[in-house]
Design a binder for this molecule. Structure first.
Ligand code: GUN
Length: 288
């Protein structure tokens, strides 16, 4: 069996078109253009590319985006001051602080400082709490994108055993949380595995849906995958100038029933969902 390819590039384009229409309608009705402020601290080349892609997608969908570039030596207070200014700026609806941040800055302190109504990444504890309780304000972009990809492939999550590899705040934890919620795209039986998990392969081989988000190139090998499983690869690793995921794509695609490529799988979905969250943020702020 060769797996169905879950094409994130195509799905992202479709969703971004839908969002563009929604943005146009919103702007026409309210006179307000949804506005994302992105903050990039330092010169990490990969982060610079991600932020540029996010900005370009905003512009194509009719959202305004501004980029705040800060030097790698920026102090924590300088960054907090910028976030405070963006919170006070009524023309800004969404604030995105690109991660990772330089080591002199306490990431958690900065993410906690973003106002929950402008928190389009859904990293603020209030938004995480709402998500856990099954009444989300914003859904976190990457897990939401994964959920959309599963839906597009008509992959049933209800009753499925979903195994999430990785327990990050950005992907692993919220992904597991979303899959376990009641309703569409949820109702899964969820296992989270991480670096201390014993007998990992025994667990991953019981997964109907295996989601790899650990940041280790081609970590998931064919022997770790149950034949017919759905494999979602959240990893983006640079190896000798080539991008590879957390999954050994070629061998795994021969035994999986569906798989996401890298690039062109989950990556573009994150951006599409960010645009949706920015529109949601604008709606929430305009209706206040
Ligand atoms: N760095 C890697 N992924 C993300 C993301 O989804 N949001 C932000 N802000 N930074 C990231």
């Amino acid at each position: 069996m060769t797996a169905q390819i879950l094409d994130g590039k195509a799905l992202s384009a479709k969703l971004r078109h839908e969002t563009a229409a929604d943005v146009a309608e919103f702007t026409q009705k309210t006179g307000v253009t949804p506005h994302l402020a992105a903050v990039l601290v330092g010169e990490d080349p990969a982060s610079a590319v991600y932020v540029r892609n996010k900005q370009r997608a905003c512009e194509q969908a009719g959202l305004k985006s501004t980029l705040h570039r800060l030097s790698p030596e920026t102090s924590q207070q300088e960054l907090l001051d910028l976030v405070a200014r963006l919170i006070d700026d009524n023309s800004v609806h969404g604030i995105l602080v690109q991660l990772p941040l330089p080591k002199q800055i306490d990431e958690r302190l900065v993410l906690d400082a973003v106002h929950p109504l402008k928190d389009v990444d859904a990293f603020h504890p209030e938004n995480v709490g709402l998500l856990v309780q099954g009444r989300p304000r914003f859904l976190p972009c990457t897990p939401w994108g994964v959920q959309q990809l599963l839906a597009s492939g008509n992959i049933e999550t209800a009753g499925a055993h979903a195994v999430v590899l990785g327990r990050s705040e950005i992907v692993g934890k919220p992904m597991a949380n979303m899959l376990v919620q009641r309703g569409k795209g949820g109702d899964a039986t969820v296992t989270i595995c991480h670096s201390k998990t014993r007998d990992l392969t025994e667990i991953t081989r019981t997964a109907d849906i295996l989601i790899a988000a650990i940041g280790l190139p081609e970590f998931v090998t064919a022997e770790m995958v149950k034949p017919g499983a759905v494999v979602i690869d959240v990893g983006i690793n640079r190896v000798n100038d080539k991008l590879v995921g957390d999954v050994a794509y070629e061998p795994v695609k021969e035994i999986a029933s569906a798989i996401t490529p890298v690039p062109g799988g989950v990556g573009p979905m994150t951006i599409a969902m960010l645009l949706k969250n920015t529109l949601t943020a604008a709606r929430l702020q305009v209706s206040r």
